[in-house]
Design a protein around this ligand. Structure first.
Ligand SMILES: Cc1ncc(COP(=O)(O)O)c(C=O)c1O
Length: 420
């Protein structure tokens, strides 16, 4: 073996050393003849998936929206990567660190349906999207459009850019129960003027789980010469989509959410033609102006997290994107259908299955969301998060693939008692 091949094989050791997932693979294979829609309520099958997770017995975790814990397979793979990188030390960092990271971003481009030279790995959605907001060549009086339901970190970044460059921010409010896609598209369209440069929109609003018609919004904005930046923090590995179909200009997502990558991994897509127009967060050495790596300098960071992206994608593909989406939507409908018509219960998520998936938000008339959240954990041992703002007053409920209908029954019972 020559020196170069030896270095390569050593560097890739961490990828090869991931334990196999034979048991789970066989389990999924045994059920592969069942269509995803039918499998969504096959509790035997999902019990098998649940067994792959180590779950804290103290409470029912219906707050997977912040961070989706890793299944044991991914966690084991990740720990192995930590050991391997630690074993090789600087040697790893100086030899195959970048090559391996590129393998991960290539795998992510395949998963998200974009070209591999249009996507980079970041630390999270905040880094991805704030790099775009802060990195545009703003001029005084330029305008940006966003919604009050967008995520706080990005709204704050727009405020910073407003103070710094004199950008005017136009903030709309997305209705919780729209009549049609057109109603939403028109809301955004009405906020656009000749001075609008960038429109930010959530693929899935984090506080309600509301899925927005991204392609239609992009088509409308592009006709008016406005670029679209999509916040996909909650959609990657939750619902199926392809970046090519969405046709947005920028897309950011957190991989530690629905893809269940270890904490501290995100992704940024930038359409090739837009790359030269963005100032990087941190300066990179000389690059061609449309080379996306010019936006990717971060310094030394936990590279083993990047390596675990491969394990997480393998796990996700093994479960199957369609099966996962169907199961998450089934779980949401399972509990929302049981409480929707109960007096004093307010659902803040659209009923239309094309406008929501696993996440939904529910409130109780006359009860502060914070009080509801506290009562649920103290009295019923159910962990959720309270949302009280941006026209949304309720608690966000986010089950995951390991959640059981029995757990949701406990939640439904609690809601019924509290609403009465
Ligand atoms: C819609 C949305 N955007 C952005 C973020 C920020 O994600 P991160 O903290 O991983 O950067 C979140 C986090 O919950 C979110 O829900």
């Amino acid at each position: 073996m020559d020196k170069r091949t030896f270095l390569k094989s050593l560097g890739l050791m961490s990828l090869a050393a991931v334990p196999s997932v034979n048991g789970l693979e066989k389990w999924i294979e045994m059920h592969s003849h069942i269509p995803a829609g039918k499998l969504a309520n096959n509790e035997d099958f999902w019990q098998g998936i649940r067994k792959g997770y180590r779950l804290k017995p103290d409470y029912i975790n219906l707050e997977n929206g912040y961070y989706c814990i890793q299944p044991q397979e991914t966690l084991d793979g990740f720990i192995q990567h930590v050991r391997d990188v630690n074993y090789q030390g600087s040697y790893y960092m100086r030899t195959v660190q970048w090559e391996n990271k590129k393998k991960m971003s290539d795998k992510l481009s395949k998963l998200t349906g974009c070209n591999s030279d249009e996507l980079i790995i970041t630390r999270n959605t905040t880094e991805s999207l704030d790099m775009i907001i802060g990195g545009m060549h703003w001029e005084i009086g330029d305008e940006a459009v966003m919604a009050e339901q967008d995520y706080g970190a990005m709204l704050e970044m727009f405020k910073l850019v407003s103070r710094r460059y004199g950008v005017i921010n136009k903030v709309i409010s997305v209705p919780n129960h729209p009549k049609s896609d057109e109603e939403i598209v028109e809301l955004y369209a009405n906020a656009i003027t000749k001075k609008t440069r960038l429109l930010m929109v959530c693929h899935m609003i984090n506080i309600t789980g509301h899925i927005l018609p991204i392609r239609k919004i992009c088509d409308m904005a592009h006709k008016k010469g406005v670029q679209v930046m999509v916040d996909g923090a909650h959609t990657l590995a939750h619902i199926q989509f392809s970046l090519k179909d969405l046709d947005c200009d920028y897309y950011g997502a957190s991989l530690h959410k629905w893809l269940s990558v270890p904490l501290g991994a995100g992704v940024l897509f930038v359409k090739k033609k837009n790359i030269p127009n963005i100032w990087p967060l941190l300066a990179e050495g000389p690059r061609k102006e449309d080379d996306i790596s010019s936006l990717n300098h971060i310094g030394t960071h936990p590279v083993h997290t990047d390596l675990a992206i491969s394990n997480a994608i393998d796990y996700y593909l093994m479960i199957g994107p369609e099966r996962k989406e169907e199961r998450l939507r089934y779980l949401q409908n399972y509990w929302t259908n049981k409480v929707r018509s109960i007096a004093n219960v307010i659902l803040n998520t659209p009923k239309d299955p094309s406008r929501s998936c696993g996440i939904a938000n529910v409130g109780i008339k006359g009860m502060k969301p914070g009080v509801l959240a506290q009562t649920l954990i103290e009295k019923y041992k159910i962990y959720i998060v309270a949302i009280d703002g941006a026209n949304v007053h309720g608690c966000r409920i986010t089950p995951n693939v390991y959640t059981t209908p029995e757990e949701l029954d406990v939640f439904v019972k609690a809601l019924k008692e509290l609403a009465a």
